[in-house]
Design a protein around this ligand. Structure first.
Ligand code: ATP
Ligand code: MG
Length: 411
């Protein structure tokens, strides 16, 4: 091999190395550019992710709000409509009562169940919230409301004066209508009982029906509004019709505030429905003026929000307060509920009555039941003083604590 050939060989190698180096440098530059781009992109993605997280939080809050609103809407009065046409993403409805037609949508879970002639419940903003059973037979529903209560006056403790008043206004005209005819006065038509929860209003109404052997029709204002959606007025008509057929009868309207409160007069369609029910009720109440054999007992624990139309003289003959039981009353109520209970020597119901100031009849009943449970847990056959003490703490405990807290806050 000559020297020149060796040199040229070296040059070629050098050249090829140089070329390779240049190529690698170019590749390196390309890669760092790419790295930079990726870095920028990563920053962008990170920023977007951050934004999404913020948006997500916002949506979660919105979902919470909507859930609450939805629950609220479901609690508001609903009214009835019939589907006329069901399209791909809309439902054409005709509203009962005013015959107005409108197009609305339904939540996906209800959409499949709606076909022409399906009856649905819509809320104030005309959204479908429930699909109703097609064969909701109002007459059948009325029949369900007829009860034969099994409560006598001596099971009601501490309300002697109130029982007396209800007997005069409701029982006497049912059992001895001739007395009123003789004296020549119009027999009273009904009473309104009002008072705190658990004081015995429902119980008293049942006792009157039982003792006067009248048909007892029990309807609840909140059911009229929430269960018999859109049929409240019709149901009221049917109830009075049934009462006439089965006279002598007592119509008991529990929670009358649900249909007869001033709050519902806010001009919305749902409240219009409630008002129709209420108007029908007033009309029926005025309608049987001359008949002596149907009586109305209504009850509420919110007399403060009742429509004055209901309280006007001539609607209810007496408005009777059912008070919280006093000491004597509590003693009586405890005796009634503990009548069949085996009690230990150390149990003095009068002492217990003294310790339970502020308890309602329902609370006292709960105390007796709880004391019995305590004895059962101890595996003994008679209920002792301590069982009662623990029961009082359990049933009234929270209330006492709550009021103590309130006292601290205001002192
Ligand atoms: N005066 C009472 N004498 C005996 N038991 C009572 C009395 N008051 C309440 N109770 C007991 O409490 C239970 C609930 O009472 P009731 O349903 O009559 O109360 P209410 O006044 O109608 O309450 P609400 O306003 O919540 O409807 C009764 O079933 C009964 O066991
Ligand atoms: Mg009641």
């Amino acid at each position: 091999m000559s020297e020149s050939t060796a040199v040229s060989g070296q040059n070629t190698i050098q050249e090829s190395f140089l070329k390779r180096i240049t190529a690698l440098e170019a590749e390196n530059r390309g890669l760092s550019d790419e790295l930079e781009t990726t870095r920028v992109e990563r920053e962008e993605v990170r920023a977007k992710l951050f934004e999404s997280l913020i948006a997500n939080k916002k949506y979660l809050r919105e979902v919470e709000r909507l859930k609450k609103e939805n629950a609220q809407l479901k609690r508001m009065p609903l009214f009835l409509a019939t589907a006329i046409e069901v399209g791909e993403d809309y439902v054409l409805l005709r509203q009962h009562g005013n015959n107005q037609e409108f197009i609305t949508t339904a939540p996906p879970e209800l959409f499949g169940k709606i076909e022409p002639n399906t009856r649905v419940a819509v809320n104030n903003s005309l959204t479908i919230v429930r699909v109703l059973d097609r064969s909701l037979d109002v007459r059948a529903k009325v029949m369900e409301l007829v009860e034969a209560p099994d409560v006598s006056y001596n099971q009601v403790g501490g309300l002697e004066a109130q029982i007396q008043e209800v007997r005069e206004t409701v029982e006497l005209p049912l059992t001895n209508p001739e007395i009123f005819a003789e004296i020549g006065i119009e027999p009273p038509r009904g009473v309104l009982l009002y008072g705190l929860p658990g004081t015995g209003k429902t119980m008293l109404a049942k006792a009157v029906a039982h003792e006067s052997k009248a048909t007892f029709i029990h309807m609840s204002g909140s059911e009229l509004v929430h269960k018999f959606i859109g049929e409240g007025a019709q149901l009221v008509r049917d109830i009075f019709q049934m009462a006439r057929e089965k006279a002598p009868s007592i119509i008991f309207i529990d929670e009358i505030d649900a249909v007869g409160s001033i709050r519902t007069h806010d001009g919305t369609t749902g409240s219009a429905e409630v008002n129709r029910t209420m108007m029908q009720l007033l009309a029926e109440m005025d309608g049987f003026r001359t008949r002596g054999d149907i009586k109305i007992i209504a009850a509420t624990n919110r007399i403060d929000i009742l429509d004055p139309a209901l309280l006007r003289p001539g609607r209810f003959d007496r408005i009777i307060e059912i008070p919280m039981p006093g000491l004597e009353g509590r003693h009586k109520i405890l005796e009634i509920h503990a009548a069949k209970m085996k009690r230990a020597e150390d149990v003095d119901l009068f002492e217990i009555a003294k310790e339970t100031e502020g308890a309602s009849g329902a609370d006292l009943k709960a105390i007796v039941v709880e004391a019995g449970m305590n004895a059962l847990r101890r595996n003994v056959t008679s209920v002792g003083r301590n069982d009662f003490e623990c029961a009082i703490k359990k049933v009234l405990g929270d209330e006492v604590q709550g009021s103590e807290e309130a006292m601290r806050m205001f002192s």
